[in-house]
Ligand binder design. Structure first.
Ligand code: SF4
Length: 419
């Protein structure tokens, strides 16, 4: 919550006064309005004989000395964990695949992708040998296609430089392309039992709440603070189990919006719960507002042919296929501009009219919003070889377009128009 501001439309009543939190390991001070977030907790706290304090508890002076933490999670985990295929293996390739996919999406949505990849490419050699287009096609719908390309390159690196065997330590794993600290820690601990703590969004949330850490988790400078804490908490006897447990705990117990505090084994020790700050922690600064881009797709067709092109580097969706594109500053593309754009590609429209209606679709990415309009246009003649070479377009049948790797926006357009 913003500092010193009252939440608009909040039904919760602030406790009297403004509480000052000082020196929580971040520079300066931070001021919160202190909300009685969970009035129902009062009754529960009476039940456990520990009334909720109207004063904030002090943050533990040595949060690393928390002997209760790992045992509580390790006791909770076997009773609550979801049965997922990558939890039944020590194969670093399978673990790596699952982690790359799960960075993109939630478990429920990621599971079919994992099963598809591990079935199509059962070994790292199979993935390395696959054409990039095919890998992108399997990735379609997950977004962040650079991750798929990196994944493909990493597979080739493992085969080419490491003889098809994944490195066995955190430090060596970090040398692989596209393998960051989180993925390296996950593989090192799950596959090889190395004592290195993972830090993902779930772990940040659990640690920030239990230990009352108000550092901005979106700031790169906070990583060291959280990593130091997580490394101090992870037990040498079960680093893999602990990492799985804390991530699972964040995913299904200590969730962002509706944490199950009532039945939480860490409730007694949880700074956020005891201070009514569950919804204020973790602190995460807002991302920059997404910019809006206006795409006008020229879906050029002649007979059974449709023209598409592979997108180049330096923009979104590198290596995926879409149509001839005119980008504008405004939502509308005047008819003369449309005709001129087609002629610039070496085409002549069969009529001056685009096929109506023009289909409009919106696609939201992390940093940009794409407002796309699809103009279905019929050509008098097929595009000649010179025009194709200059524009980068290529001719496909409708059936072939379905096999190409495409942004989900284009796949949705094809589904709506050419089923
Ligand atoms: S008491 Fe609530 S906020 Fe604290 S760790 Fe448990 S679920 Fe998370």
């Amino acid at each position: 919550m913003g500092t010193g501001q009252k939440r608009p439309n909040s039904r919760r009543k602030p406790l009297p006064g403004k509480l000052l939190f000082t020196n929580w390991g971040h520079k300066g001070t931070r001021t919160f309005w202190f909300y009685n977030t969970f009035p129902t907790f009062h009754s529960h706290c009476r039940y456990i004989g520990k009334p909720l304090s109207s004063k904030p508890l002090t943050r533990p002076s040595t949060p690393t000395a928390a002997p209760y933490f790992a045992p509580a999670l390790l006791e909770w985990y076997p009773r609550h964990r979801r049965d997922l295929p990558w939890r039944h293996t020590r194969d670093p390739y399978a673990i790596w695949l699952s982690e790359v996919i799960l960075q993109q999406t939630r478990v429920k949505q990621g599971l079919p992708y994992y099963l598809d990849f591990i079935t199509t490419y059962p070994t790292v050699q199979d993935l390395a040998a696959a054409p990039e287009d095919e890998v992108l096609r399997h990735w379609q719908g997950l977004g962040y296609y650079s991750r798929a390309r990196n994944m493909h390159h990493t597979a080739q690196q493992v085969v080419g430089e490491y003889g098809g065997q994944f490195p066995t330590t955190y430090a060596e794993l970090l040398k692989l392309r596209g393998v960051g600290q989180y993925t390296a820690a996950a593989i090192a601990s799950f596959a090889f039992g190395e004592k290195v703590a993972v830090l993902d969004g779930n772990v940040y949330r659990v640690l920030a709440r239990v230990f009352g850490i108000a550092s901005d988790i979106a700031a790169p400078s906070s990583r060291k603070e959280f990593q130091t804490l997580a490394d101090a908490l992870i037990p040498a006897a079960a680093p893999d189990e602990f990492n799985q447990a804390i991530m699972e705990f964040g995913a299904i117990q200590c969730t962002p919006l509706k944490p199950d505090c009532l039945f939480c084994p860490l409730q007694h020790h949880c700074f956020a719960f005891q201070n009514g700050l569950v919804h204020e922690l973790p602190v995460k600064s807002k991302a920059k507002a997404a910019r809006t881009r206006y795409f006008h797709y020229l879906v050029l067709r002649h007979g059974e042919t449709v023209y598409m092109k592979k997108r180049g580097a330096k923009d979104i969706w590198q290596g995926l296929y879409d149509f001839a594109l005119t980008e504008t500053e405004a939502a509308e593309l005047p008819a003369p501009s449309l005709v001129a754009a087609v002629e610039a590609l070496g085409g002549q429209l069969a009529t001056d009219q685009a096929e109506e209606p023009v289909l409009a679709l919106r696609h939201v990415l992390s940093h940009q919003k794409v407002e796309a309009r699809f103009h279905s246009l019929w050509l008098q003649q097929p595009l000649d070889a010179g025009g194709l070479a200059q524009s980068g377009l290529a001719a496909f049948t409708a059936a072939e377009t379905h096999e190409l790797p495409k942004p989900i926006l284009i796949a949705n357009f094809l589904d709506k128009t050419w089923k």
